[in-house]
Design a protein around this ligand. Structure first.
Ligand SMILES: Cc1ncc(C[n+]2csc(CCOP(=O)(O)OP(=O)(O)O)c2C)c(N)n1
Ligand SMILES: [Mg+2]
Length: 319
């Protein structure tokens, strides 16, 4: 597959945007400016970026508790995301939701989710709705290796397979569910092997290679769009930070993080784009400066925005 320079550059920019956003979230969290739990996506940027680059603006995604990368890749605003993390009124949920509850239905983001595996039935519902409305919209459902052990996965993927719904399941196998290694809870070599139980196609890719992700998910999206049902895509990647910010990570074997840092998805993509002359060194630096400025502006926006008023606490509660 030939991918044009503009799209390659766009994907590079998205990966840098996710990385710089997450690095800043990490330092702002450590400084005490972000309340609650935060799970960052550092090291996994190629997966969300390659997957979302295959979608149309009117397509959908469902996300997870580690959602910032998915949301940015689908076009979420870094200003409103940062404000939400800071608990401010200008955030996506008026500062009342935080990191794990960011949604933007106007651009097809059906929500991050604090409940592991909860995006799976939502993705099936959105896909069924697309079919009933007679559209050819597609849903990408992001989930973790840990989530693939949940009942919602087996029930949700099976139903989507039986009904041939337009969903692409992207499993981000980052080796861990909290402190538990996937190898301690699952015996087969690939999580994508689970597709055989549902009778749907599967593919396993290097989740740190944005082009490989783009190609594999692109094929799966095309299949879903033409009515040929779901696909299970496993992206093998690694989370460089802890499960949550502040996690001491004593469960990771010595040297593992350093080994994976050598496979950094942004470094390797940058090298490739320089070799292909898609980008020059000057352009790389200009992109870095521009996006660093955007993130700085997002932090300023968040910092200077007001907190929601106490009397608004019970607004937007549906029960
Ligand atoms: C239903 C449910 N069970 C348990 C938890 C606690 N929990 C939060 S994240 C997580 C691990 C998820 O692992 P994985 O799906 O691999 O995603 P990753 O954190 O690696 O991105 C667990 C068990 C939860 N939030 N929801
Ligand atoms: Mg995991």
């Amino acid at each position: 597959m030939v991918i044009d320079s503009e799209r390659l550059t766009q994907m590079y920019r998205t990966m840098v945007r996710i990385r710089l956003f997450e690095e800043r979230v990490s330092t702002e969290f450590a400084a005490g400016n972000i309340p609650g739990f935060v799970h960052v996506y550092i090291g996994e940027e190629a997966t969300a970026t390659g997957a979302c680059a295959t979608l149309r603006p009117d397509d959908y995604i469902t996300s997870t508790h580690r959602g910032h990368g998915h949301l940015i890749a689908k076009g979420g605003s870094t200003d409103r995301m940062m404000a939400e993390l800071f608990g401010k009124k200008t955030g996506y949920c008026k500062g009342k939701g935080g990191s794990m509850h960011i949604a933007d239905t106007d651009i097809g983001i059906l929500g991050a989710n604090g409940i592991v595996g909860a995006g799976i039935p939502l993705a099936g519902g959105a896909a069924l709705s697309a079919r009933m409305r007679g559209t050819d919209q597609v849903v990408i459902c992001f989930l973790g290796d840990g989530a693939s052990n949940r009942g919602t996965f087996h029930e949700g993927v099976n139903l989507a397979a039986v009904w041939q719904l337009p969903v692409v399941y992207v499993i981000e196998n980052n080796l861990y569910a909290e402190k538990t290694r996937i190898a301690d809870t699952y015996r087969l070599p690939n999580l994508s092997d689970r597709a055989g139980a549902f009778g749907i196609p599967d593919v396993t890719v290097d989740g740190n290679d944005v082009v490989a992700v783009y190609e594999a998910v692109g094929e799966a999206v095309a299949r879903a769009r033409r009515g040929d049902g779901p696909t299970l895509v496993e992206c093998k990647t690694y989370r460089i930070h802890g499960h949550f910010e502040g996690d001491p990570q004593t469960y990771k074997p010595r040297g593992e993080v350093e080994e994976w840092k050598k496979k950094d998805p942004i470094d390797s993509f940058r090298k490739r784009l320089l070799e292909m002359s898609v980008l020059s060194q000057e352009r790389v630096e200009a992109i870095g400066t521009e996006i660093a400025g955007e993130i700085e502006q997002a932090v300023t926006f968040a910092r200077e925005s007001p907190f929601p008023a106490p009397e608004e606490a019970l607004e937007d509660v549906f029960a």
